[in-house]
Every structure is written in structure tokens, then in C-alpha cells.
Design a protein around this ligand. Structure first.
Ligand code: CP
Ligand code: NVA
Length: 297
């Protein structure tokens, strides 16, 4: 990387484990200081927030976060841009880099986000692709640190579809000393070279885990196979029975949106051991810390 190359956050490997821990500590500072606390890191700057797919948490937390850092968010749907009419990703990157100080993008094509990063002269942040969801994982690390005081040595059991969220947890966990175990059935498991332990047995996965983590069974883009997915993943529902195989103090996490009764039961989602609402809130703090870091000269 040349000295002037922008800092990106696309597959989660761009930031070292030590730096991730610093970012989480900063995110905690921002959380404790809110609403007064803000570095003004984005004063006088604009950030493009491009959403080619639906979003509640990511879109709102980035928009609010940019404002709280003193900047101006430019929120765009993919179909509002010439990108949707054939303008190239490369040219979009070149032009946006002349206007804004960072580009945050949720896209159905991971390759397009990588290309955007190659041609942009400002930081590019992955706000979810079919491959990765690194901003979610960052907020999840913050949630784990809040609950347990440290990351190194924790065990997180992801149960369900081996998808973008699972893959990003594996990356973030491997960088920070969190052991990630992914329990998924055949055909839904992550590739064998991800930095996680893979199993098809949910009970084995949750044994000794500090956190059990779930996500939807039908991710955006998977709608055509929804019925098959629901049938195949049914044994991987996070419910009281599965929790009985974990420790008493094990917490439950979910990136949301959830489908109570499908991948997680309502009693678990809304129960005492659920950390999901803190996870959602932490999207704001973690992403503010991320933007400060990416834009620091
Ligand atoms: N967890 C998450 O990314 O939620 P949204 O799809 O609502 O942004
Ligand atoms: N795996 C889900 C995450 C949603 C935040 C999806 O990609 O739709």
C-alpha cells in the first residue's frame, strides 16, 4: 500500500487486532460521552452512504454517526445512481472521490465493492455484501468486551447459516483472540479455510461458549431458496433447549433483523440473556470510531 493510499474496511483484514481493540475502546468512550462526545473528525466533510439493498440499523447508525462527528451524510439508493444504468464502478469511484471524504456501501456484489476500493482515493467501508459484514462484527466485538471485559480467550458459537455475518465474525474473532465456532449443516457451512472451527453439531458448538450467535436463515439475495433453507436449517434454531447445553452465563447475540420463531425463539430473543439491543446500539459507536480512524491523516 502506498503512503497516500486510503484506508479501507472491506473484508475486515485491513485493521490489525491491536487496532481493533483500540477502536472498540474508543467506541466505548463515544458511547459513554454521547451525545456531547464527538471528535469533530468529519467537520466540513461529507460521506456517501450508498444502499443497494434494504437496511435499518446500518443506514441509520451511519447517518446519525456522520452527523454526530460533525459531517454531512449523502444517503443514496443504488437505483438513484447512474451505476444502476451502466456507469462503471471505476468511474463512480473516481467521481465520488472528488466530492466526499469516505464512501460507505451496501451492495449485492462483493467484487464491486473491492473494485470501488481499488479506484477510490478516499476510504471505502463495506456496509454488507454477500461475503462480509465487517461493521457488524466490529459492533459485536464491542458488545462482547462490554459484557466480559476482555476479548482474548472468549468463545463465540455461531449457529445457523454460514453466511456473511458468520464469515466476518470469524475474521474479527481470529484477529482479537475470540475463538469462533460455526455450527451449520452440510451445504450451509463456511469454506474450510476461514479462521473458525467448523462443525455440524450445534450442541458441540455451544458447549463452553460465552456467546451464542444467530442470524437469519434467508439472507438478502437468498429468497429463491427460502423454503429449502428453512427446512434444512430447522435443527439449528436457537432455543431454550440449545441454551441448556451452554453455561448459565452464556449470552445470546443476533445481528438483526430477527424472525422470532424461525432462527431464534421469542423467549430467547427477548429474554434476560439476550444482548441484541446493545449490539444494535453499538453499531453507532463502533462505526463512529471506525470513521475517525479511517479519516485520521
Ligand atoms: N444488522 C444489520 O446490518 O441490520 P440492517 O440490515 O438493518 O442494516
Ligand atoms: N445475513 C443477513 C444479514 C442482515 C443484516 C443478510 O445478508 O441479509
Amino acid at each position: 500500500m502506498s503512503e497516500n493510499a486510503p484506508r479501507h474496511y472491506i473484508d475486515g483484514h485491513e485493521i490489525s487486532g491491536g487496532r481493533l481493540v483500540n477502536l472498540i475502546d474508543r467506541a466505548e468512550e463515544l458511547r459513554n460521552g454521547r451525545p456531547q462526545e464527538g471528535s469533530g473528525a468529519l467537520a466540513g466533510k461529507s460521506v456517501a452512504l450508498i444502499f443497494e439493498k434494504p437496511s435499518t440499523r446500518t443506514r441509520i447508525s451511519f447517518e446519525v454517526g456522520v452527523v454526530e462527528l460533525g459531517g454531512h451524510p449523502v444517503v443514496l439508493r443504488g437505483d438513484e445512481m447512474q451505476l444502476s444504468r451502466g456507469e462503471s464502478v471505476e468511474d463512480t469511484a473516481r467521481v465520488l472521490s472528488r466530492f466526499v471524504s469516505a464512501i460507505v456501501i451496501r451492495s449485492g456484489s462483493h467484487e464491486n465493492v473491492v473494485t470501488l476500493g481499488e479506484y477510490a482515493s478516499v476510504p471505502v467501508v463495506n456496509a454488507l455484501t454477500p461475503m462480509f459484514h465487517p461493521c457488524q462484527a466490529l459492533a459485536d466485538l464491542q458488545t462482547l468486551k462490554q459484557r466480559f471485559g476482555n476479548l482474548d480467550g472468549l468463545k463465540l458459537a455461531y449457529v445457523g447459516d454460514g453466511n456473511n455475518v458468520a464469515r466476518s465474525l470469524a475474521v474479527a474473532g481470529s484477529l482479537t483472540g475470540v475463538e469462533v465456532v460455526v455450527a451449520a449443516p452440510e451445504g450451509y457451512q463456511l469454506e474450510s479455510d476461514v479462521p473458525a472451527k467448523l462443525t455440524d453439531d450445534p450442541r458441540e458448538a455451544v458447549h463452553g461458549a460465552d456467546a451464542i450467535y444467530g442470524d437469519v436463515w434467508v439472507s438478502m439475495g437468498d429468497e429463491e431458496t427460502a423454503d429449502q433453507r428453512r427446512a434444512d436449517l430447522a435443527p439449528y434454531r436457537i432455543d431454550g433447549h440449545l441454551l441448556s447445553h451452554a453455561k448459565r452465563e452464556t449470552i445470546v447475540m443476533h445481528c438483526l433483523p430477527a424472525h422470532p420463531g424461525e432462527e431464534i425463539t421469542a423467549d430467547v430473543l427477548y429474554g434476560d440473556r439476550s444482548a441484541v439491543w446493545d449490539q444494535a446500539e453499538n453499531r453507532l459507536h463502533a462505526q463512529k470510531a471506525l470513521l475517525e480512524y479511517l479519516l485520521a491523516s
